[in-house]
Design a protein around this ligand. Structure first.
Ligand SMILES: O=C(O)CCC(=O)C(=O)O
Length: 335
């Protein structure tokens, strides 16, 4: 069973299946405020001192259990407004502090179910408005078509050999208002840039899987010479073990060898159907932003509070056009 087949709305289902993600209105003001209160009340227990962190990275098991349970209570019913027959797998706060060092590298999420027979998705819902200045999510559309179905903990990515600028050029920003969400296939490559605003960026996320799909966790143990162990798990597994632990006490039901070949840029582009000519005006602008030097982003974020880079850029373009027209007119009139 595939998440894409479980969307209630046909258009959402088609867009999700073809692009690997959809965006939609997800939470109302009261729900956002409830989540923010939960985040505020529990943040001191997280004990994670990192520029970017997610609740699952905390050493405090009680914090992991609390955030998982409470975020699920809020996000899972909202998900059922759009997708039926799904179950919550695990939930997190995703927190980006400010400044350099807060970006997150392009990655795919772990496999949670046996793919490609089943698949899973992440619902990522920011609690503040997000754009390219404060570290919104970026995705490579259609990258869920890559067939690396076993994405294990501690395993390298098959696109690590591709030049990072080429990867960036294929990324698009997903600006969202607080309470909107992106639902993305666990195979879709995503990342997030630095937060150059002066406020922490907090988002809540929930991994979902089809109700009928048994849950598994694959874990790569470099000591075992390319061997990947498959564990049969329940949703509780994900808060019981922090991201950094090797869950020794859970017995593997199977082992397999990692044999997915690294992708070349050409193969990667072919898989995702990427052509520069397909870049829409909107995406082209995103590319401009992606390549915008950090100092430039920082200038706009810090010197023009409340003004987005897009708005500042558009105003500058309009102003330049005005002066050019004014100059041409003056030359025509006064010679
Ligand atoms: O919150 C972010 O910036 C990144 C989120 C992410 O990578 C994920 O949900 O897997």
């Amino acid at each position: 069973m595939l998440v894409g087949d479980l969307f209630i709305n046909k258009e959402l289902s088609e867009k999700y299946r073809s692009e690997g993600y959809v965006t939609l209105q997800f939470l109302d003001g009261v729900q956002i405020s409830d989540l923010y209160k939960l985040y505020d009340a529990s943040a001191s227990q997280a004990g994670v001192n990192k520029q970017f962190f997610t609740s699952i990275w905390s050493d405090n098991i009680e914090y992991r259990r609390l955030t998982d349970t409470k975020i699920k209570e809020l996000l899972a019913p909202a998900a059922l407004n759009y997708i039926r027959d799904i179950k919550p797998v695990f939930a997190n706060f995703m927190v980006k502090n400010t400044g350099e060092g807060t970006s997150l590298m392009p990655h795919q999420d772990w496999s949670f179910v046996e793919e490609p027979e089943h698949d899973s998705a992440t619902i990522w819902c920011p609690l503040v408005d997000v754009d390219s200045i404060n570290g919104t999510l970026q995705v490579i559309p259609r990258s869920h078509r890559i067939s690396n179905y076993t994405r294990a903990r501690f395993l390298d990515r098959p696109f690590d050999g591709i030049d990072s600028h080429e990867m960036e050029a294929m990324m698009i920003d997903i600006p969202l208002r607080a309470g909107e969400a992106i639902i993305l296939n666990s195979r879709l490559i995503h990342a997030s840039p630095c937060n150059y605003s002066d406020k922490q960026r907090v988002a809540a996320s929930l991994v979902i899987a089809p109700e009928a799909a048994p849950l598994f966790h694959w874990i790569y143990n470099p000591k075992d010479d390319m061997e990947i162990k498959k564990l049969a798990v329940t949703p509780d597994f994900f808060w019981q073990y922090s991201c950094y632990e090797y869950p020794d006490s859970v017995t593997a039901i199977e082992s397999c060898h990692h044999d997915f070949k690294d992708l070349s840029l050409e193969t990667f582009r072919e898989i995702i159907g990427y052509e520069r000519s397909l870049i829409t005006k909107k995406n082209a602008f995103c590319l401009g932003r992606t390549y915008c030097p950090k100092a430039c982003k920082y200038f706009f974020a810090s010197s023009l509070p409340g003004l987005t880079f897009r708005a500042a850029f558009s105003s500058m373009a309009a102003l330049s056009l005005f002066f050019i027209l004014w100059y041409i007119l003056a030359r025509l009139i006064y010679g």
